[in-house]
Design a protein around this ligand. Sequence first.
Ligand code: SF4
Length: 359
Amino acid sequence: MITVAESDLEVPGSEREAILSMRDLKVHFNTEDGVVKAVDGLSFDLVRGRTLGIVGESGSGKSVATMAVLGLHNRARTTLGGQILFEGTDLAGADEATMQRFRGKRISMIFQDPLTALSPYYTVGDQIMETYRRHTGANRKRARARAIEMLAKVGIPQPERRVDEYPHQFSGGMRQRAMIAIALCCDPDLLIADEPTTALDVTVQAQILDLLRELQTEFDTAIILITHDMGVVAQMADDVLVMYAGRCVERGTVREVLQQPRHPYSWGLLSSIPQLGGEVDLPLTPVRGAPPSLIDVPSGCPFHPRCDFVDRVGGGHCASERPQIGSATGRGVACHLTDGDAERIFIDEIRPRLGGGKA
Ligand code: SF4
């Protein structure tokens, strides 16, 4: 079983007012082959100082949903529905001028690959200074001091010298730290981290995650962490949202989703990764099949062609009726299994696979 740290079990601040409320977000792309429903009715709340981990296979809609928060979608080819309420402003309907006021200052993003996200033509310091000056109006001297301060904060040694170096002179871990420095230089209220450690080796990954947590505590930042790595989720997230075919299929606190998962897709994700402390010869069980086309999403429950538990739900409901997740926030599971059946299946059949044994 994936272990969640004791300190993560009770998360203060969950009663605070949401800084970001997504309500029934739809992001549809018009293509020559048809309408791609990349996100199709996503809702969640996120409060300051808290981290929401969004997990799912490639193409599940997790990156597209967060790109919409920043208004980085192609407006000409995209139909946006629902609401993205950031402190009361609906970003789903905002024009580019409005988005520019939020992007980089109130809402920042760390991209997966710092080498492609950083420009090779400018020094690291110039890239931090440009972001800082654009959003604060600071002069060059003040911006340079801020760049050095931020490089020191993210653990770059000799920041006074490194500020004048180019990205190719930084190691992979240092480049990602530089990206974090750029993202946090304006003290954003919301930080979106899209697979921030995927390109890094595990020791550097641990350092970057520690750094993000430290900076989150210092700045009281809300974080959306997009990842396919359940280990990263266990380490970083307070809440977890599992996406499949553009929809949320399970949502809850990190303890609920990782230790008492109720959706067959979540079971599949957890069964397909090695469990720390589990039996060494415990076989991994991948989710069979492939994610569906988002142009032609299966009827009923979109997961039903890949689900091993369809026959536990009577009446053929899985193939004909779309399960709903219920309320927009809090614990939710989009599955026709009853709570009792899901709990029994998890305890008797899934948990032993995860190395947890029967109750
Ligand atoms: Fe499986 Fe049916 Fe639940 Fe979908 S609704 S996850 S097909 S049991």
